[in-house]
Design a protein around this ligand. Structure first.
Ligand code: GLC
Length: 478
């Protein structure tokens, strides 16, 4: 049975190449394609945001009714995978989840409607899935609706369907009062409320999915604890025998320094000279002087506390006393933007904050930096540290989540080291770790190059991840 072909519906709120706000979208493209490459029949179901309809000039492929509302269905192709996009006026907005950093107040209703409509759209297109692979809180109600449908129609369309929920970030849970989600009123009984009718969509998903995964083995352990569980540890502990950590892969077709169209020069493990050209280009972009021997640290991320800014910002001035360059690229929390912009203005020859997010820039930072900074407070998986390794840019990371599973610190294991790892979520620990990296760069250049080459040899493939999911799905089905 292990080589039998599965029908997998991948349910998600964003997909790379269609619309993206974060790492979730990278996974939502790569993993379905990896399933397809293993021979499974796959479709993706996502909301039809108006911006997507406009950008791709999508035409309607039919209408269907769900929760007593009319929905439109659109289609798009992602490689060989069919994408069904569910259209409703609640997705005719500028943002996906928020505008000006403020979440839409009716997100519960929006993603509740989407999740219920998934059940109906799959029937409309006659895609009868063995597995519905759901992702994060936006799709947390899907496993509930599948179970509900199975109870109502024992011989129905979803009678043999199993559900899996992948947790990409347990800090975002989609928590609402029942009255904020009018479409859920009819399910009042089925949801077994006690006194207080409150819906936490991630929790509902965890309680009803047949299998639960987290995006790295270490994060799967962390979310079972009081400290790392974002308040979900009790409900996860109840499901721990169905919880598994499966490490995300890296899309090496997009992140390959030998072919990357965004970078000014290519390089590989045998010849790193192209990387020096990328460094010069990044220094020029940042307005720094061209200085091959000055260590250059890059960082690309959403500007949120999760990414460690509570301990980066306090040490910026200390760092400016060193001979280095630091480039931070990102968008997000206005206060963090302000703080970074202030320091950038005061130290224009050493620190550049670029407020924005263009793929060209992200690729240039990965290729042109000597070190990549990723000191996250928590990190379910993290993708940028994998890109850094592929580009011989040594990661400086905190020992959490997927960062622990992908980077080997010089002081943990010198023979296998690919980066620099610190433990305590404090400015002091981060500063010591960065100084350790700078010292090695200056004093042990040969070791630095050895680590760069080892980093480039480290591979995390989507096909490995897909094989692990396949085994998990088979267990759920038998
Ligand atoms: C979320 C997590 C990140 C993970 C990504 C893809 O953005 O914060 O760690 O890599 O999802 O799973």
């Amino acid at each position: 049975m292990s080589d039998s072909k599965l029908k997998i519906a991948f349910i998600v709120s964003e997909v790379e190449d269609i619309i993206k706000t974060g790492g979730l979208a990278d996974v939502a493209k790569a993993l379905p394609l990896a399933y397809e490459a293993l021979g499974h029949e796959v479709c993706i179901v996502m909301p039809a945001y108006q911006v997507v309809i406009d950008q791709f000039n999508l035409t309607q492929h039919g209408e269907f009714t769900s929760s007593m509302r009319q929905f439109k269905r659109y289609e798009h192709d992602l490689g060989n995978v069919k994408v069904h996009l569910i259209g409703h006026t609640c997705f005719d907005r500028e943002g996906l989840y928020a505008e000006n950093n403020v979440a839409y107040s009716d997100n519960g209703e929006r993603f509740g409607l989407f999740s219920a409509a998934v059940i109906d759209v799959l029937q409309a297109v006659n895609f009868q899935p063995d597995i519905m692979h759901c992702n994060d809180w936006h799709t947390g109600l899907v496993p509930f609706f599948v179970k509900h449908n199975q109870q109502q129609f024992a011989e129905g369309f979803f009678a043999n369907t199993k559900t899996a929920l992948t947790i990409h970030n347990a800090a975002f849970q989609g928590s609402f009062e029942l009255h904020e989600i009018p479409m859920m009123q009819p399910y009042h009984q089925a949801l077994h409320f006690d006194q207080h009718p409150h819906i936490n969509m991630m929790k509902v998903g965890i309680a009803h999915a047949d299998k639960i995964t987290a995006v790295s083995p270490t994060y799967a352990q962390e979310i079972l604890t009081d400290l790392g569980g974002h308040g979900l540890h009790y409900v996860l502990q109840n499901r721990s025998s169905d919880l598994k950590g499966i490490l995300n892969g890296c899309d090496y077709s997009q992140w390959d320094p030998t072919t990357d169209p965004f970078i000014p020069a290519h390089f590989d493990i045998n010849d790193l000279s192209g990387k020096a050209k990328c460094k010069a280009a990044l220094q020029a972009k940042a307005g720094f002087t061209d200085s091959p021997d000055t260590p250059l640290i890059g960082m690309v991320c959403r500007l949120t506390a999760q990414k460690g800014f509570d301990y980066i910002v306090p040490i910026l001035r200390d760092l400016m006393a060193h001979n280095l360059g630091l480039v931070i690229v990102g968008t997000g929390d206005p206060l963090v933007c302000q703080q970074l912009a202030d320091v950038s203005r005061m130290h224009p020859t050493k620190f550049k904050f670029i407020h924005g997010f263009e793929p060209e820039l992200a690729h240039l930072v990965e290729a042109g930096s000597d070190f990549f900074l990723m000191p996250s407070e928590f990190e379910p998986c993290g993708l940028n540290q994998m890109y850094s390794l592929a580009y011989a840019t040594l990661p400086i990371v905190r020992n959490v989540g997927g960062l622990s599973d992908t980077v080997v610190g010089i002081d943990q294991n010198p023979q296998e080291a690919t980066g620099f790892v610190f433990d305590s979520p404090s400015p002091e620990a981060l500063l010591i770790c960065i100084r350790r990296a700078l010292l090695l760069y200056r004093e042990q250049p040969d070791l630095f190059v050895t680590m760069q080459k080892r980093a480039m040899e480290t591979k995390f493939t989507w096909s490995d991840a897909a094989i692990q999911f396949e085994a998990l799905f088979q267990r759920a089905l038998h």
